[in-house]
Ligand binder design. Structure first.
Ligand SMILES: [Zn+2]
Length: 242
């Protein structure tokens, strides 16, 4: 059954808003929210790597800590039903955390080409593990599915704005010609690195299979409905609920 994509769009919008607040605090603008089907948004966080000078304080871990505090011994039962929305593909460290805590699904914005653990570098969420103990076998072996490309350009622009600000602060660049913010060129996602065409179609519908095949950007209207036209122009636009 095709999913309600607009719901995921709006949650990613919220993650982008959290990343905006990181930028205001001169922190690396990568942010996430965890969403449970009945409790709603149960945690939100952005990276704390700059403020703490600790390169492991990623948003996913920060928000996970909140969940453990909030739900105490029930956190595992909560997380197996919880989706994560994060502006940038989780790194290998965080992708492993997410698998170990049994996250249900992960939605992300742009790829993390250097450290991505959901397909850009390796698929921590899928690779079949070899177990030496029965401990947690079922939970970890199931892995999780990822859906890339939600608000990818917004996620990239936040990072570009951040690095431009950092660059301006740097003593080696003061007085030099200022760099311009690139707003038109974006690296394409190669969807097949992250999910199968079947998983894509289950989420977005058959009428958008061409987006996967052509590695197009997902385009949404302000209600979160997918807008991508078929390249041949004969797109069957999705019917809105009556
Ligand atoms: Zn990480």
């Amino acid at each position: 059954m095709v999913q309600d994509v607009s719901k995921h769009y709006h949650y990613m919008q919220e993650a982008v808003n959290v990343a905006e607040s990181a930028l205001k605090e001169r922190e690396v603008p990568v942010a996430c929210i965890y969403v449970h089907p009945t409790h709603g948004i149960i945690a939100r966080a952005f990276n704390q790597t700059n403020v703490t000078l600790n390169g492991t304080r990623h948003a996913e871990f920060e928000a996970f800590r909140q969940i453990r505090e909030k739900f105490q011994e029930n956190w595992q039962d909560i997380l197996i039903e919880t989706d994560l929305y994060v502006t940038v593909e989780p790194c290998i460290m965080c992708a492993s955390l997410l698998r170990q805590i049994g996250i249900k699904r992960v939605f992300f914005g742009c790829a993390n080409e250097r450290f991505g653990g959901n397909g850009s570098v390796i698929n921590v969420n899928r690779d079949y593990p070899r177990f030496t103990k029965d401990y947690d076998k079922e939970r970890i072996s199931k892995g999780y599915c990822v859906y890339p490309g939600f608000l990818a350009k917004d996620a990239i622009m936040l990072l570009r704005r951040f690095y431009l600000l950092e660059n301006e602060k740097s003593p080696t660049t003061i007085g030099k010609k200022q760099r311009k913010l690139e707003e038109n060129e974006f690296p394409k996602l190669n969807y097949s690195e992250y999910l199968s065409v079947g998983e894509f179609v289950d989420m977005f519908g058959y009428e958008f299979e061409h987006v996967y095949n052509n590695n197009d950007f997902l385009q949404f209207d302000q209600d979160g409905q997918l807008l991508n036209e078929h390249p041949t122009g004969d797109s069957k636009r999705p019917k809105k609920a009556e």
